[in-house]
Design a protein around this ligand. Structure first.
Ligand SMILES: *Cc1c(COP(=O)(O)O)cnc(C)c1O
Length: 400
């Protein structure tokens, strides 16, 4: 079978929400992927910052296999050893107090919004949620209400009680602070929006405003968390602690699991029955997550992300000197954006031909979020392919 065969069938059945690339992947190992024609790829996307410990990490595979044979699901009416272990570990690494498990990023953000509102309600404040322009928090109704207008088109009525302000602009927040606001949600590094880090003074300023007004500060670390930036969470680089934190993507090493965490102050506003989930944090998902986090600790992958990220950024900046089409290289650890002076999609497509999986986001940005344990050899292969593509595109332009 060829890549195109299944793509043709898929096109007939799958709701046309994704403009799928005609490649069918059959196998993955670490940062390598193989398609149905047995072509090998270097994976610089990791399933959109999901497989942080690489594809099919043996520990994660074994943990899932063992747990699947033991007990997969019991509902959250009961206690499961894997979930308890995961709760304890997540509370420890986030330095927050309480956790709730979900099945996705958007669900984590929905939960974060709900508990921020519940807390605001308990102290007599309004329920408005402030989010940032160019942000991304998911595709459910409430999360599109926090996000970019392009995702809201045609889905009216959009849920009420959401306000948007420019990112990295403290004055914009100061101008709208009122009793009506329950929470402020921000990505410490905007992911989908083109890998744009928040300024330190900005997050510190938000913390101060939230403290002074009893507003819940929510960090969405769904993309930036779980070791990706060289720390457990991007917030650790800033030294700013949120009241609520959302996680997902890398949390399960490929298994769908998300979480939101909060401090005791917020947790005190929650009572039995205020929120719920059937699947969230079930033994199988929790087993995958525990194995993923353990692998990050045992293999020192936060440090690896930092070192490899710094090294890769340096190499990319060298390419920037050679190729004027590269406008800026930015990011933290292995969450890197290469902003071009033109759309990144043709570059991404050419990279695929060269055997590299990457992603184009925010039109002009090539997004690089590989597994934290990607090797230097693999990164070098990627850089070689990228240089080749840059040369080819430059040649095309000069030929015109
Ligand atoms: C991907 C992402 C989400 C949404 O997660 P889903 O699992 O797709 O619902 C939310 N916030 C951020 C910052 C993300 O990167």
């Amino acid at each position: 079978m060829e890549n195109i065969d299944l793509h043709t069938i898929d096109k007939k059945y799958y709701l046309p929400t994704f403009n799928r690339i005609p490649i069918t992947f059959l196998k993955g190992s670490g940062s390598r992927l193989w398609d149905i024609e047995n072509k090998e790829y270097i994976d610089m996307l990791a399933g959109i910052a999901v497989t942080n410990v690489g594809h099919c990490h043996p520990k994660v595979v074994k943990s899932i296999q063992d747990q699947a044979a033991e007990l997969m699901h019991i509902s959250n009416f009961f206690v499961s050893p894997m979930q308890v272990a995961l709760s304890e570990l997540l509370v420890k690494i986030s330095k927050l107090d309480r956790v709730f498990f979900t099945n996705s990023g958007a669900e984590s953000v929905e939960g974060a919004i709900k508990i921020a509102r519940r807390y605001a309600h308990s102290i007599g404040r309004g329920g408005k949620i402030v989010s940032m322009q160019n942000s991304f928090h998911g595709r459910t109704l409430a999360t599109i209400a926090t996000g970019q207008p392009k995702y809201q088109e045609g889905f009216a009525p959009i849920p009420q009680g959401f306000v948007q302000v420019p990112f990295n602009d403290l004055d914009a927040i100061k101008a709208i602070v009122s009793e009506e606001i329950a929470g402020i949600i921000v990505e410490p590094i905007q992911g989908e929006g083109g890998i744009r880090p928040a300024n330190k003074e900005y997050l510190e300023g938000l913390r101060k405003i939230c403290d002074e007004n009893n507003i819940a500060l929510i960090f969405d670390e769904i993309q930036s968390g779980i070791g990706r930036t060289g720390n457990w969470f991007a917030k650790d680089h800033y030294g700013v602690q949120p009241d609520i934190l959302t996680s997902a993507k890398g949390l399960g090493g490929g298994m769908p699991i998300g979480a939101f965490l909060c401090n005791e102050k917020i947790a005190n506003a929650i009572q039995f029955g205020d929120h719920g989930t059937t699947f969230g944090g079930n033994p199988l998902a929790a087993a995958a997550s525990m194995a993923t986090l353990s692998a990050i600790v045992e293999e020192n992958l936060t440090q690896a992300a930092k070192e490899k990220g710094d090294w890769l950024m340096k190499r990319l900046n060298e390419l920037k000197e050679k190729f004027p089409v590269i406008k800026e290289v930015r990011g933290l650890g292995l969450m890197i954006g290469v902003e071009l002076t033109e759309p990144a999609l043709p570059y991404m497509q050419q990279l695929l031909k060269e055997g590299v999986v990457a992603n184009a986001t925010a039109v002009n940005v090539l997004r690089l979020v590989p597994a934290l344990n990607i090797s230097k050899t693999e990164l070098n292969s990627f850089l070689k392919a990228l240089e080749k593509v840059l040369k080819m595109k430059e040649g095309e332009k000069n030929g015109k």
